[in-house]
Write a protein that binds this ligand. Structure first.
Ligand SMILES: [Zn+2]
Length: 252
């Protein structure tokens, strides 16, 4: 703890091997998608940036697609701020490219899923939190499920989306589930911040893992370095490793 933001995202973060050890000792209960859904017939996955939905829920999306459930990906921003100062990737180009990447990935994993773009400003979601909450209120129905990033995820946009999702779930009587994304980076698995008591794991089949991996490959703007600025990929190897587990983790 300290005066600065302890959820700061920098460096290579917590190694996946550390999470692996902690998963073994914490005995996270397994859960099925059906159990998570209870009797809901619609799931809205809120993605602050195009790729968050696939990284955190690429397996869950496939399982939902197999069921008679309405799946909606809510793209809160188009992710246009991921390559600041790059002459290869202007914000306008990025918005189009990242949207296309997410559409391809979604279509592969859940062909019948709906994807809706809200077009909020990447990096500034907190400034439009109320508008986002209003918009979400129009999109969801009573008894739907809303999946948001972990409220302590560390990225300001992720936490703003989590807050808006929480408010919407309260107003519209929806079930709210949270998924860590950048939380896997900053959190210490043996520290106090990670809510192991809320965690359940959804097992993925080999085929589901393989398809998720293929879907992640569509996000070329995020997994390749920028030839103009020389900056390494937004999602380097150590970050991608956290999303190659044989399960996905949901916080209830
Ligand atoms: Zn994100």
């Amino acid at each position: 703890m300290g005066p600065i933001n302890t959820r700061h995202i920098s460096g290579s973060g917590t190694p996946e091997s550390a999470w692996g050890k902690s998963f073994a000792t914490h005995r996270v209960p397994q859960c099925t998608v059906l159990e998570l859904l209870a009797d809901s017939k619609a799931v809205h996955i809120l993605a602050p940036h195009p790729d968050d939905e696939i990284l955190a829920c690429g397996g869950i999306i496939q399982q939902l697609a197999q069921m008679d459930v309405f799946v909606q990906i809510v793209a809160v921003t188009d992710g246009e701020a991921s390559h600041p100062g790059s002459s290869c990737w202007s914000p306008r180009l990025l918005a189009g490219a990242r949207t296309a990447e997410s559409e391809l990935a979604t279509r592969m994993l859940a062909p019948q899923a709906n994807r809706i773009r809200l077009g909020l400003k990447d990096g500034h979601v907190a400034a439009e939190e109320e508008r986002l909450t209003e918009r979400l209120g129009e999109l969801v129905d009573e008894n739907d499920v809303i999946i948001v990033p972990w409220r302590m995820d560390g990225h300001p946009d992720h936490e703003a989306v989590a807050r808006a999702g929480y408010k919407t779930s309260q107003l519209r009587l929806c079930r709210l589930l949270e998924v860590p994304i950048w939380g896997w980076h900053w959190a210490d698995p043996e520290g106090h911040a990670f809510p192991w008591h809320r965690a359940v794991s959804i097992a993925l089949t080999l085929e589901e893992r393989h398809k998720k991996e293929q879907a992640i490959r569509f996000f070329r703007t995020q997994i390749e370095s920028d030839p103009d600025t020389g900056r390494e990929a937004v999602l380097p190897h150590f970050a991608l490793e956290r999303f190659r587990r044989p399960f996905e983790v949901v916080l209830r």
